[in-house]
Design a protein around this ligand. Structure first.
Ligand SMILES: Cc1cc2nc3c(=O)[nH]c(=O)nc-3n(C[C@H](O)[C@H](O)[C@H](O)COP(=O)(O)OP(=O)(O)OC[C@H]3O[C@@H](n4cnc5c(N)ncnc54)[C@H](O)[C@@H]3O)c2cc1C
Length: 307
């Protein structure tokens, strides 16, 4: 990332929300489930699968957590009614992890059971390191209750990830492997770009060796190539892994993967609580300075493009 872009990333929280909203539009399907369904239908037409995420990590009360739970029930209903090729991704803080552990566990289990009744699947996103132990523990508890339609996420920037793969191995976990996006201290997370990549490859190799279904979640060209290499070396057929990408990031590369017969799933977030998610996506956009400049310029020059 260029120097100016890095400087802008540091000041992002000070950028007015309406600007953040405008420049992050491409990462978010909209505020309503209907918006997300429209996006998923279009993705399905392009032979891309989806995972729908109800944005909600900014909640502060158990009532809001319950509301997110109901929203997911509505999502399952809509996926079935509209025959969409989509599962769901949930963030445990959105289900109340930090407010009421019991409520969070109960809601997660209910959602996984409802998904099972509809032949669907729940992916539990991984959040910052204060959530890692509890998230992995809840995942284990559900699997030990015999629920198999649930998967977890592991983050390659965490030094602990190879150990987590080892300790989860008795479950042959269904894993989304990604780099990880939260700001973490050096003691627990690699800060160096190449070390994160190396840990990603090491972890993917270990997961394949253990027989896991893996969602290879990255837009990093080098890692996509390493993913393709490991898929070949482990003799994985198309139904035994998938690539995953975020809505609005490198869609053409996604299309190429589909054209090469890889399964691809796109993460489709929607809802009112778009701010925290948008900030994270903008932080990763290597052209962030350009977007902010273009938006600001657009507002200073209201005559442009007929506005
Ligand atoms: C499906 C999916 C689910 C995820 N779930 C989680 C999760 O549960 N927990 C978690 O911590 N993280 C999650 N992430 C985020 C992940 O950890 C990374 O932060 C993110 O994917 C960027 O890493 P990268 O591997 O794409 O590599 P990067 O090096 O960040 O990006 C590679 C290239 O992709 C392009 N790119 C990446 N991001 C953007 C962007 N926002 N805008 C424009 N271009 C971009 C750029 O060309 C960049 O050079 C998820 C990612 C995906 C794809």
């Amino acid at each position: 990332m260029a120097l100016l872009d890095r400087a802008i990333v540091r000041t992002l929280p000070a950028v007015p929300k309406p600007i953040v909203r405008r420049i992050s539009e491409r990462y978010i399907a909209g505020t309503q489930v209907e918006d997300a369904c429209r996006v998923v239908k279009e993705l399905n037409r392009e032979r891309k699968m989806a995972t729908m995420d109800v944005l909600g990590e900014e909640i502060t009360t158990p009532e809001e957590a319950r509301h997110i739970g109901y929203e997911y029930e509505n999502v399952f209903r809509t996926i079935a009614e509209q025959d969409l090729d989509s599962n769901v991704s949930v963030k445990l803080t959105g289900l109340g992890l930090k407010l009421d552990h019991g409520l969070c566990r109960e809601t997660l289990e209910r959602l996984v059971r409802q998904a099972a009744e509809r032949g669907n699947f729940v992916r539990v996103d991984m959040e910052d390191s204060s959530c890692t132990d509890e998230t992995l523990q809840l995942y284990r508890e559900l699997r030990e209750e015999g629920l198999d339609n649930v998967g977890v996420v592991l983050q390659a920037y965490l030094r602990r990830t190879p150990d987590d793969i080892e300790s989860l191995s008795d479950l042959t976990p269904n894993v989304r492997l990604c780099k990880g996006i939260y700001v973490e201290p050096e003691e627990i997370a690699f800060q160096d770009f190449d070390e994160v990549r190396e840990n990603f490859v090491r972890s993917l190799d270990a997961l394949f060796r253990g027989g896991s279904y893996v969602g290879i979640a990255t837009h990093d060209e080098w890692l996509i190539e390493e993913g393709r290499r490991l898929v070949r070396e482990h003799g994985r057929s198309p139904g035994e892994y998938e690539f995953q990408m975020l809505l609005g990031v490198r869609p053409e590369r996604g299309t190429q993967l589909v054209d090469e017969s890889h399964r691809l799933r796109i993460y489709v977030p929607f809802g009112d609580q778009w701010y925290a998610y948008s900030l994270r996506r903008l932080q990763e956009n290597p052209k962030i300075a350009g977007y902010i400049a273009a938006d600001t310029l657009g507002r200073l020059l209201p005559g442009r493009n007929g506005r």
